[in-house]
Design a protein around this ligand. Sequence first.
Ligand SMILES: [Zn+2]
Length: 471
Amino acid sequence: MRIVIGSIQCEGNSLTPIHTKFEDFDYAVGEAMYEKVQVMDYLKEHQCEIVPTIYAHALPGGAVVKDDFLRLAKELVDAIPKDGIDGVWLYLHGAMCVEEIGSGDTYLLRMVREKIGYDIPVSVAMDFHADNTDEIVDLANCVTGFRTAPHCDHKETQLRAMRMLFECIEKKILPRPQLARANVVICGDAVQTSLEPLKGIMEMAEDLERTIPGMMCVQVFNGQPWIDEPYMGPNIIVTHETDEKIAKNCAEKIASKFYEVRHEFKFLVEAVEPDEAIELAINAEEEQVFLSDSGDNTTAGAAGDNAFMINRLKKAKAKNVLIAGIADAAACETCYQAELGETLTLKVGGSLDENSETTVITGKLIHKGDILSYTGGNAGPSATLECEDMTVVVTKNRAAMCRPDIFESIDLDYSGFKIVVVKLGYLFPELEANAKRAILAFTPGSSTERLEDMHMKKIRRPMFPLDDDFM
Ligand SMILES: [Zn+2]
């Protein structure tokens, strides 16, 4: 069997003014992509001939620059032979925004079909936060995704998509998946698959997948709310071997369930206004409290350059604080020109998003060096400043300090700080494992947790929570 593999991923956010560029992608071409995907053992076990294309994965961000996306998409598609292949496996995010194009995932799949036609199966693995377009199900034969949020089933998902591709090839079938939508938007941080009401929905999907003969995949996608498009929000994609009607019914059943339980979705972490979050953290009995600056969450595509929390913490006279990341290229450059141990006064913040606050910090430069990226690559230079009441990490590029190994990459031990401010929503599992307490602050920004603050123009209506009682 000759199998094509490829992956382009960037979770989009259409509210942020920043753009995602080619340089922002962790990028590997040809056989170099083998170590980036988790299906290689499976393919080798099955003695497949592998046709690698490209792997490109960027930190969530604003729309990808059109030419940069087209360059990546063209590179992937050019590497696919026109004939002599048995199947195509793609690992996408499902919520990629591209300048002037909209859904990058849909556009890429269209390009793939233009190249190979419709007689060869295409199987796609995606993120749980995929905002799928209607067209996705006409372009792919199998669609699956993560079933955990926070995500910890990357490998299983990739393998499931690969197994489904093999099934298509062995059984000589070309399934037509079906999609249904729920007009219920639940912000990422109120959606965790291990807790109700989503837990019940995930179990319902699993039951249907397991018990209906010929069922290949019943996939729930929560979507993510920061894309102002009619296809934003929860979507359910069901792949049945042959019966489109069964698949459609099944998808609709789950979509109605979302509507039924819409009032049960609540923030599953402590979530309060910023000043209250700071007060709670200062007075907490716990040795350490993580504060999420949720409106400037780089893992949801925000700029990561807002000094809002620094200003609020200063005002509240908080002590022993670690600001785990603020992006400011000019401030970082100034640090690189200085010697370790020097005291510097820097203006930080507001360099990427004009709505972000700025601030001035004075502190001793204690570290300079590259910081690990969200995808495990290199996110570029960073500098750490020890100020009177807070230690601040300034990065040249946007970064996401979402795992302990990212702190370690810049020799930063966060264990001694009373308050650790991160530009995240809920904590990533690796960070949460050591967190004594985590509080999400409803800070402003392009990853705001409140749909009413997003001022969406293109999303479909009615849509809960903007509208209610419409079904
Ligand atoms: Zn996700």
